[in-house]
Structure formats: structure tokens, C-alpha cells
Write a protein that binds this ligand. Structure first.
Ligand code: 6GU
Length: 226
């Protein structure tokens, strides 16, 4: 899989992409992450990528030309399955969408800033608009890093234990059950006996009950979904 990220702050991805799972996935050749500085495509003297909004004082808007030229260049090199704009007015991201995106070949993530991007970019280039939740970030970069992380860990071969992504919270529509490790007794706080019993079938039944109980208590909305 290949992910191209279009941003005015490529350095913001140095941290998230140079550690653990995403780093190893790149080293193993399972994913290619490419950062593109939108400013390098500005054709004006001062390398401006934003301008005043027409018609009202909404603040600055990211201009068409640099982003359009950059996307045109990438599209001439390969076909993209999705061109995603990260924006608080997009569809709210969830595990189902992460699963879907992880099956694609090439995607573009466009990070917005200021008051947004010229609407014509959304009409003519963007195939999907995604928000990571109902709060406002200063830009799409952190949201793009969230998407990249959640997608890359689902690519087969990225996680050491192939089953571990399958048992994530949300993957089966439930929150995960509680987990414990040694010691079995910490200052009188004991691990539930059932987990030490060795009865695999009963343990699995207990884990499922706990997952359902936790979901009912904390996220009943997840149980109502189809
Ligand atoms: Cl994708 N962008 C911004 N700027 N804020 C957000 C967001 C995205 N998702 C939630 N808040």
C-alpha cells in the first residue's frame, strides 16, 4: 500500500512515522509513506498557499493552484483509490472505515489549514471527506497521522501476532475485556480465578461476557448499530 500525504507541515509527521509499528511496516516494505510539501508547488513569488475568502471575512482559504498541481502530478504517476480530505465537516472516522481503507492500493491524504480549502478542490479532486471527531484541530496533520496509524496496523504482516488486530476494541463491534499480567496477587488485589484456571472454553466465555458488559456500560451505542 502507498499513502501520499499533502501538507504544509511535513515535519509534523517525523515523530509519528519514525516509531515502532509504522516504522517497521515501512522497513518491511508493507507500506510506503510519502510526504509532499504543498508550498513547493506554489507558483507565486512568496510561495503563498492561502488567500482571502471571497465574499465574507471567514479568514484565509487554501488556494487551488498548488494543491491541484500536486494532485495532478501524483495522478499522472499512478491511479489513486481515494483522495481524502481531512476536515471537521467530513464523515466521522471509525474502525469500519479503517478496515476498508487498509484494503486499498494507493491513497492521498490532504491536510487542510486555515478556514479550509477552495471548494472547487473538493468538487473536482476529493473522493472522501473524513473527520476524526467532533472537536476542532488546528490542521489536518494530526488527523492524517491518526488515519495512517490506524490503517497501517491493519495491513497483513504489519503486526507480529496476526490475530492481535482482530481482537482490538471495535473490531468485533465490542470494547475489549479487561486484561491482567503477573503477579496474580498484588498487595491483595487478585487476578480473577477463572483466568488462572486453564479452562480455555470457560475463559473465552468469561472474556466475551466481560466485553459485552463493558460495552453495555460504557458504549451502549455500539450495541445498537447494525
Ligand atoms: Cl480531520 N481536521 C481538523 N482541522 N479538525 C478536526 C478534524 C480534522 N477532525 C476532527 N477535528
Amino acid at each position: 500500500m502507498r499513502i501520499d500525504i499533502l501538507t504544509i507541515f511535513p515535519e509534523m509527521f517525523d515523530g509519528p512515522f519514525s516509531h515502532s509499528i509504522i516504522k517497521r511496516a515501512q522497513e518491511k516494505g508493507l507500506v510506503e509513506l510519502h510526504l509532499h510539501d504543498i508550498r513547493n508547488y506554489a507558483q507565486n513569488k512568496h510561495r503563498r498557499v492561502d488567500d482571502y475568502a471571497y465574499g465574507h471575512g471567514a479568514g484565509m482559504v487554501m488556494m487551488i493552484q498548488p494543491i491541484a498541481d500536486l494532485i495532478d502530478k501524483l495522478k499522472a504517476e499512478r491511479t489513486y483509490d481515494e483522495i481524502i480530505f481531512l476536515t471537521p465537516d467530513g464523515m466521522v472516522y471509525d474502525q469500519r472505515e479503517a478496515n476498508r481503507l487498509s484494503t486499498l492500493g494507493n491513497i492521498i491524504l490532504l491536510c487542510g489549514h486555515y478556514k479550509g480549502i477552495d471548494e472547487r478542490l473538493r468538487e473536482h479532486y476529493i473522493t472522501r471527506e473524513i473527520s476524526i471527531g467532533d472537536y476542532v484541530l488546528s490542521g489536518g496533520e494530526l488527523a492524517a497521522a491518526v488515519l495512517a496509524d490506524s490503517i497501517v496496523r491493519l495491513i497483513p504482516g504489519v503486526l507480529g501476532d496476526e490475530t492481535s488486530a482482530l481482537s482490538d476494541s471495535f473490531q468485533d463491534g465490542l470494547l475489549s475485556p479487561p486484561v491482567y499480567t503477573r503477579p496474580a496477587d498484588y498487595k491483595g488485589w487478585k487476578v480473577p480465578d477463572i483466568l488462572l484456571s486453564g479452562h480455555e472454553a470457560e475463559i473465552n466465555k468469561w472474556l466475551m461476557e466481560k466485553a459485552e458488559e463493558r460495552t453495555r456500560q460504557r458504549r451502549p451505542d455500539l450495541l445498537e448499530e447494525d
